[in-house]
Design a protein around this ligand. Structure first.
Ligand SMILES: NC(=O)C1=CN([C@@H]2O[C@H](COP(=O)(O)OP(=O)(O)OC[C@H]3O[C@@H](n4cnc5c(N)ncnc54)[C@H](OP(=O)(O)O)[C@@H]3O)[C@@H](O)[C@H]2O)C=CC1
Ligand SMILES: O=C(O)[C@@H]1CCC=N1
Length: 258
């Protein structure tokens, strides 16, 4: 199976590292790339394809570039080929038009796919076959977990939760480290304390599977240090409101990008 990856930046490149271990042959077009990753073939652009046809074309460029770039490759699909897009927001209708009417599978990955811990969502056009959906899903499973959502609006909501999610988590970790430095730790100590605390806590929550509120309470001694800290963090529910506003803003942006 031949696959053309259009755009091999932060997200496309992260996914590719796991895709390259699969059975497909990868061709990459990205003007910023000088050397192809091991096992892939770099092509300069549309005119460098020598009439080659692809079973899957993957759009991993910015949503704003889709309408300019994808039509250039509209005749590069096999008859039963499909388009897989990871572009935030960009609708199936727009993607189908830009690909010359090909079946479309929209996937929303996230950056921990780089270490095989991605969390993706997927939804497809009515024209996509079960085989095409199963193939896209299997590709994403090589990079972590995937769920199928009922419709595109839910994919845009998933983008706000999981696609952008690592950005919020990195920012929380950054602020947490900054505060630990403020309490007197050296930067490397603060980083270790915070990342091990966050990582260990998340791993425990996943392994336990119980209600997060109960797990939080199991740390919180009456009139103890955690209660004091949580009072400052979310005593008047400001943190809850902030997280809600964060997801709402990201979702609204996904809708604008449709
Ligand atoms: N980053 C993330 O965490 C996530 C991103 N996404 C989606 O992935 C897509 C890519 O985002 P991201 O990887 O962050 O962005 P990047 O800018 O890192 O990647 C886009 C790549 O496309 C290249 N490019 C530009 N023009 C062309 C062209 N004409 N043909 C082929 N390639 C081209 C860019 O090269 P150059 O830099 O030289 O312009 C760049 O390497 C977006 O649609 C985004 O919504 C989805 C989920 C998560
Ligand atoms: O910020 C963005 O638009 C992309 C999509 C999800 C994560 N990064």
């Amino acid at each position: 199976m031949n696959i053309l990856l259009i755009g091999c930046g932060k997200m496309g490149g992260a996914l590719l590292t796991h895709w390259l271990s699969g059975p497909e042959s990868f061709f990459i077009v990205d003007p910023g790339l000088e050397i192809a990753p091991d096992g892939a073939t770099l092509v300069a652009g549309r005119d460098d394809l020598a009439g080659r046809k692809f079973d899957v074309v993957i759009a991993a460029v910015k949503p704003q570039q889709i309408d300019d770039i994808l039509p250039q490759y509209a005749d590069a699909y096999q008859d039963d080929g499909y388009l897989l897009s990871i572009a935030a927001g960009c609708s199936i209708e727009r993607l189908a038009k830009a690909s010359g009417g090909k079946p479309v599978v929209r996937v929303m990955p996230n950056l921990p796919a780089a270490i095989g811990r991605g969390m993706s969502g997927m939804c497809a056009s009515d024209s996509a076959t079960d085989g095409q959906k199963a193939h896209a899903s299997a590709m994403m499973e090589r990079t972590g977990s995937i769920i199928e959502v009922a419709n595109e609006d839910m994919l845009d909501r998933l983008t706000a939760v999981a696609g952008s999610g690592p950005g919020y988590v990195f920012e929380m970790a950054r602020a947490y480290v900054e505060a630990a430095i403020g309490l007197g730790f050296a930067e490397h100590e603060a980083r270790q304390l915070v990342l091990e605390t966050m990582g260990g806590t998340i791993a425990m929550a996943v392994e336990d599977g119980g209600p997060l509120e109960e797990m939080r309470n199991s740390v919180t001694s009456k009139n103890g240090t955690t209660q004091a800290g949580l009072g400052a963090l979310n005593g008047s529910e400001d943190f809850t409101r902030l997280i809600t506003a964060t997801l709402d803003a990201a979702y609204r942006r996904a809708v604008e990008l449709r």
